[in-house]
Ligand binder design. Structure first.
Ligand code: GUN
Ligand code: ZN
Length: 439
């Protein structure tokens, strides 16, 4: 059977390395061609040199004037919190009590879970996010609902059942043994089924007993290619609470480390109030940080220290953390990340932010070669960004449209001024999964 070949012409951008540490980290073709065969990248390069290699009759989709790049990867997001986005509260802990727990209670009902999962995935794709690391609720059926919906759309998604056996309402509580049993059954049902990948998901240290954290660590050892996701050092009151609950631990991250939850494929949300020892330990263990700027500003949690993380050599990625986060858009996430960096005295170039939202995330998840760039053989998850999506973007990006000037400025304008409106189309495994309505 000849492969199902499709080609896409437009300006092409992807990354081979981190622009913070390499001077030729990105690949850009002003007039580029992306060739997709059977849902995978076959080639990405200059139109002039590649189009002659196409068999006669290969469809060439014309996206000239637009930017083709790998789909965004959001490394920390709560699908059950979709309906409570933008709920105001006086900090993390009251926000959890007032809004989060009652909202998550509804996911006991599989029909509700399925309906929210569909809306959530629609919203991710509208924003150009093709992969996410997703928290479900304590209910195993919330995981089934999520993966069923993402499987139907052919998406590469990572998700898991929240583990929570104390310090939460009875209606959301599992037990150490029950939570581990459910997690193992879900791993067997979903991990590596199609594009689904499982994440062992203790919510955060305060809502798990020692026994539950130990069992999570055992599962992480028994299934070394699964993911781990949790929250760490997000908020000062939370950190003080962890210190009270785990007086023997050297630090918050040490609570997880001591049970074997720091390893490659572990993703730690927030990482704001870490010290140098914590950062060094994260880097050495292969654990990664999911930086959640819209959430950290919205809940008043604090400012992520990019310079300290880079000094330590931590693996970094960007995340929305909806519903703590206030936007599904990774462009808006970059907008806030940029400002957080400025307030901490750092500077985040746009190229770095686009790297963090694509290849940087894939590397943090040990999925380089699978998603995150246009390497030959990678899954063809890509987006079409429109530099003229709004009147203001069109005006700001005139120079790029007319003369191809400054890629950095184009990306910066897209990050600061763009959102879902800037995404003209989204493809997953070579299939169109979102097309912006004609305007
Ligand atoms: N810490 C524990 N649970 C949560 C949550 O749902 N959102 C955020 N932002 N932090 C948390
Ligand atoms: Zn979160």
């Amino acid at each position: 059977m000849p492969p199902n070949l499709q080609a896409y012409r437009g300006s092409l951008l992807h990354f081979l390395a981190d622009p913070a540490f390499s001077s030729d980290a990105h690949v850009y073709h002003a007039d580029g061609l992306l060739i997709v065969a059977d849902g995978k990248v076959q080639a990405a390069g200059d139109y002039a040199s590649l189009h002659a290699t196409l068999p006669i009759g290969t469809p060439v989709h014309d996206y000239r004037g637009k930017l083709l790049m790998p789909g965004f990867i959001d490394t920390h997001v709560h699908y059950p919190q979709t309906d409570m986005i933008a709920s105001p509260a006086d900090g993390l802990l009251p926000w959890l009590e007032t809004y989060t727990f009652p909202t998550e209670r509804q996911f006991e009902d599989p029909a509700h879970a399925g309906q929210v999962a569909e809306f959530f995935l629609d919203e991710l794709l509208r924003c150009g996010t093709t992969t996410a690391m997703v928290y479900c609720t304590v209910h195993p059926q919330s995981v089934d609902a999520f993966f069923s919906a993402s499987e139907q759309r052919g998406l590469r998604m990572v998700a898991g059942k929240v583990l929570m056996d104390r310090n939460c309402p009875e209606f959301l509580r599992d037990t150490a043994e029950g939570g581990a049993r459910d997690t193992e059954a879900l791993i067997q049902r979903w991990h590596k089924r199609g594009r689904a990948l499982y994440a062992i998901t203790p919510r955060f240290a305060p809502t798990s007993t020692d026994a539950q954290l130990h069992l999570a660590g055992e599962l992480a050892r028994a299934y070394p290619d699964t993911f781990i996701q949790t929250h760490v050092s997000e908020n000062k009151a939370e950190c003080a609470w962890v210190h009270e609950l785990f007086p023997q631990a050297r630090s918050y991250i040490d609570v997880y480390d001591s049970v074997g939850l720091l390893r490659p494929r572990s993703m730690y949300g927030h990482c704001i109030w870490l010290d140098e020892t914590d950062r060094a330990r994260m880097a050495a263990s292969g654990a990664a940080a999911a930086i959640c700027p819209t959430s950290n500003l919205f809940l008043g949690s604090g400012l992520f220290d990019f310079a300290a993380a880079d000094r330590a050599g931590m693996a970094l990625s960007l995340a929305s953390d909806v519903g703590g986060g206030s936007s599904f858009s990774m462009l808006q996430t970059m907008n806030e990340a940029y400002k957080v960096a400025r307030l901490k005295g750092s500077y985040l170039p746009a190229l770095r932010m686009f790297y963090l939202a694509t290849l940087g995330a894939a590397r943090s998840m040990q999925l380089e070669g699978v998603i995150g760039n246009f390497a030959a053989g990678a899954e063809a998850d890509f987006i079409v960004l429109d530099p003229a999506a709004t009147p203001l973007l069109a005006r700001r990006n005139r120079a790029w449209q007319e003369s191809g000037a400054s890629l950095e400025e184009l990306l910066f304008a897209l990050a600061l001024l763009g959102d879902d409106r800037a995404v003209a189309a989204t493809y997953a495994a070579g299939q169109p999964v979102y097309q912006r309505a004609a305007r």
